[in-house]
Design a protein around this ligand. Structure first.
Ligand SMILES: C[S@@+](CC[C@H](N)C(=O)[O-])C[C@H]1O[C@@H](n2cnc3c(N)ncnc32)[C@H](O)[C@@H]1O
Length: 303
């Protein structure tokens, strides 16, 4: 990495830390008013001591208390349309803090995009695919938030010799739902690349990263015949995502992990991936971040 890029990155990080110092309160001490849902609660033997005819009234009062009155709930994390009080110990791990800072630097903004859970799952998936003996592929790289964050979490990437292929048009405009192409009339998207050169600069510190510019799935020839160990699909367009996964599926190694961005957020993408999963005879795990995760079955399980 050139000394210019290094100082640009450290300046970005300084601005991010200064911004965080000025944001009010601690973003990880989250509270909100919420209602209990999904969990049915048995009234329990405490009602047995009351006469039977009072039961409907007692139940109504109790149900009102449990299900209809909001209560203050504390969350360990609230982002991506989902709040959770599960233990998110990864947030404190040094390697994750570093990876997340890298993601924020790649975003080109001081504002925290709230992608902790997504990056956590990307790092987990990448780490579990390191020894499969295949290449890593991302279809839809934009500014490189997830992949540069993921690479930062792999301290010995530069000595492993694994190839990473990053596919994108590297254009800033949103995707037109009808054509599936970047389209100026859709406006500039904050997470899309400003230019290929900028994205190359973001990945400057890692070796073996190849950038494939152009429209998917047509550009997939660049990775043809390479066994794939890890695949991230983030194209914001169901048709292109489906065509891409269908083409890459035979190249995935046994136990290769595929992460599907926005799977839980966008119905068309969810439907498309579900039908493909059915065709392949696999199941997709829906995760709290909205990412879907699936694994290429080991050979012995394939029919
Ligand atoms: C949400 S952004 C990707 C964000 C990225 N994964 C990250 O972590 O920063 C979606 C990207 O997919 C690209 N894209 C969408 N459809 C495409 C296609 N058919 N071929 C190539 N790139 C495409 C867009 O240009 C855009 O950069």
């Amino acid at each position: 990495m050139s000394s210019n890029s290094k100082s640009k990155k450290s300046q970005q990080l300084e601005s991010i830390l200064a911004h965080d110092g000025l944001t009010s309160g601690d973003q990880f001490k989250l509270k909100s008013l919420s209602w209990r849902t999904f969990k049915s609660r048995h009234a329990g033997p405490s009602f047995d001591r009351f006469p039977k005819f009072l039961m409907p009234l007692l139940l109504a009062v109790r149900n009102l208390k449990y299900y209809n009155f909001p209560r203050i709930m504390e969350w360990s994390l609230s982002e991506d349309e989902s709040a959770s009080n599960n233990i998110a110990s990864f947030l404190d791990r040094e390697e994750f803090v570093d990876a997340y800072r890298q993601l924020r630097c790649a975003s080109g903004s001081v504002v925290d995009p709230g992608l902790h859970w997504r990056l956590h799952q990307i790092c987990w998936a990448m780490a579990n695919c390191l020894d499969l003996g295949g290449v890593f592929v991302e279809c839809g790289t934009g500014r490189g938030l997830m992949m540069s964050g993921g690479l930062r979490s792999i301290s010995d990437w530069n000595t492993r010799g694994i190839q990473m292929y990053l596919f994108d048009t590297f254009e800033p405009f949103g995707i037109n739902p009808a054509s599936g192409r970047n389209d100026q009339s859709m406006g500039v998207r904050a997470t899309y690349a400003t230019s290929l050169d900028d994205v190359k600069e973001t990945f400057g510190e890692w070796g073996n990263v190849r950038f494939v510019q152009g429209h998917l799935p047509e550009t997939l020839d660049a990775v043809e015949s390479q066994p794939i160990a890890f695949l991230h699909i983030d194209l914001n367009h169901a048709v292109a995502e489906m065509a891409t996964l269908r083409r890459l599926w035979p190249m995935l190694l046994p136990n290769a992990i595929v992460v599907l961005d926005d799977y839980g957020q966008v119905k068309t993408q969810n439907d498309a991936m579900n039908s493909l999963a059915q065709e392949f005879g696999v199941r997709i795990l829906t995760t709290q971040s909205g990412q879907g995760i699936l694994m290429k079955p080991p050979l012995r399980n394939r029919s």
